[in-house]
Design a binder for this molecule. Structure first.
Ligand code: CO
Length: 267
């Protein structure tokens, strides 16, 4: 049975971030030699923005359909999202809809889906270790480290809290805030001020440093996280590197893909 891998990222229109995804592509090919690797972007907004710039990208459904026409019959789909939120659920539903549906001529014999970065308790542990290992080099022990996640009103948001608690056990000056959800800058800022820190390092908890990082985290407009920290009298340093640029996080995604590959071949 012809097998392949489909990597599904939220997507980005930032050229530097595309370079990061290219490197991730190489790591996946090196880990699974001989298996073709395809890509899908789950965000329809990003896909249409890229289409306007003349760059063709596929949704999960479209990418799988193309693979089916090329005679692939078993595909491991790996999510490159951070938390199991709405984006991941839609990806999983789209992928499974292509599999084994009775009476469907275009159904794959097998499809398996690898979960996002923070899916299990052991992921929380490994990601916490990766955060501590890949923290900014210039950070002093008295500096705070604030990770910016996307956040969501989906129940998947609670995994940020578990990661935050785990990190606080190792280092009480590491914080996690999100753009949406329950721990936004409004909640985090008073905690930073309470902690009596002078300098805050901002680092994304997002796969790639796209628009959210460049604009919403590190931008110069008054509502960026950097500007809000500075307005509160804190010194702010920004790191413009997504988690997909750091081995400790990539290893977790790769292990999830390994699990998806095993499920594909089981039984
Ligand atoms: Co967003």
């Amino acid at each position: 049975m012809k097998q392949g891998i489909l990597l599904a990222a939220f997507g980005t229109s930032n050229p530097r971030a595309h370079h990061v995804l290219d490197e991730l592509d190489e790591r996946v090919r090196a880990a699974f030699p001989g298996l073709p690797v395809r890509w899908a972007f789950t965000s329809a907004i990003i896909r249409s923005r890229l289409a306007d710039e003349g760059m063709k990208t596929d949704s999960v459904t479209k990418a799988l359909r193309k693979m089916w026409f090329e005679k692939y019959r078993a595909v491991a789909v790996q999510s490159l999202h951070v938390v199991p939120g709405a984006e991941f659920e839609a990806l999983e539903a789209d992928a499974m809809a292509m599999c084994c549906a009775p009476g469907r001529a275009d159904g794959f014999q097998r499809v398996s889906v690898g979960p996002p970065l923070l899916a299990t308790e052991s992921d929380v542990e490994r990601v916490a270790e990766a955060v501590l290992r890949h923290q900014p080099r210039g950070r002093m022990p008295e500096d705070a480290l604030l990770l910016m996640g996307h956040g969501t009103w989906h129940a998947g948001d609670s995994v940020y809290d578990r990661l935050s608690e785990r990190l606080a056990d190792s280092d009480p000056l590491v914080f996690i805030g999100t753009m949406e959800g329950t721990q936004t800058m409004d909640q985090i800022l008073p905690r930073l001020l309470d902690a009596d820190v002078r300098r805050v390092w901002l680092m994304p908890l997002l796969a790639v440093a796209g628009r959210h990082v460049v604009r919403d985290m590190a931008g110069d407009q008054p509502d960026s996280w950097k500007s809000r920290l500075q307005a509160a009298g804190l010194e702010c340093r920004t790191v413009l590197e997504g988690t997909a640029e750091h081995e400790g996080f990539v290893d977790v995604w790769l292990d999830h893909l390994r699990g998806a590959m095993d499920r594909l071949n089981a039984g």
